[in-house]
Design a protein. Structure first.
Length: 228
């Protein structure tokens, strides 16, 4: 393009002088200036296009990264929803377990009340039986003191039986003391109280009281009959 322009200038220089040549030269310079402006404008547009392409690529990369981030966020959200569902199930199971424990606790309280009443009733019966037994024992002792001091088979057996009764009375008194110390309901749980009350201790104690009372009354009756 520049070579052709130089040739044209040389060609115009060899031409004879013409009054229109200056005007043509001015038009040529104006065309060259316009061409330079157009080239600069084209270069600017090319730079702008390159920048636009660069920005488009960057935007596309940012868009792809945003899509990946959105997918990751959705995946995390789904995982969190699963965890929330699992935690809700755990909370529900814990609430059900708490309700069952509350029901068992209320049942244990009611059982404690009933057992306390039964134990108090058994204790009162025990005290009544002990008093009757002690009274019978005192009567037997008085009768034995008033009988013939000569040892006989019956008196020997009665004395042996009396000593046995004394030992059993001491055993019952120790059992009563142990029962009193163990029946502190505020320091005991329901299961231990149930095991203790439903065990054989109270039953054996009451049975011993009934047997001893019956035997002492029987011996008292025999001694009175013998004295008469």
């Amino acid at each position: 393009m520049d070579g052709r322009l130089a040739e044209m200038l040389r060609f115009y220089a060899t031409l004879p002088c013409d009054p229109n040549i200056p005007a043509a030269q001015a038009a040529l310079k104006s065309a060259e200036a316009s061409r330079t402006v157009m080239e600069n404008k084209l270069f600017s547009e090319q730079c702008a296009l390159a920048n636009a392409e660069t920005w488009a690529q960057q935007f596309s990369a940012d868009r792809d990264a945003a899509h990946k981030e959105i997918k990751l966020v959705k995946s995390r959200e789904a995982s969190l929803n699963v965890q929330i569902s699992e935690m809700n199930a755990v909370v529900k199971s814990h609430q059900e377990m708490y309700d069952r424990l509350e029901n068992r606790f209320q049942l244990a309280l009611r059982s404690n009340e009933l057992l306390t009443k039964e134990v108090n009733h058994g204790r009162s019966e025990y005290l009544v039986g002990i008093q009757a037994f002690k009274k019978s024992h005192e009567n037997l002792h008085k009768i034995l003191c008033q009988t013939d001091p000569k040892e006989t088979t019956l008196t020997s057996k009665l004395r042996e039986r009396n000593r046995d009764l004394v030992r059993q009375v001491k055993h019952l008194e120790k059992a009563n003391s142990a029962l009193s110390s163990r029946l502190r309901l505020e320091d005991m749980d329901a299961e231990a109280l149930v095991l203790m009350v439903e065990g054989e201790f109270l039953f054996s104690t009451c049975s011993s009281i009934s047997q001893l009372t019956y035997r002492s009354l029987f011996l008292d009756h025999r001694l009175r009959a013998r004295q008469n």
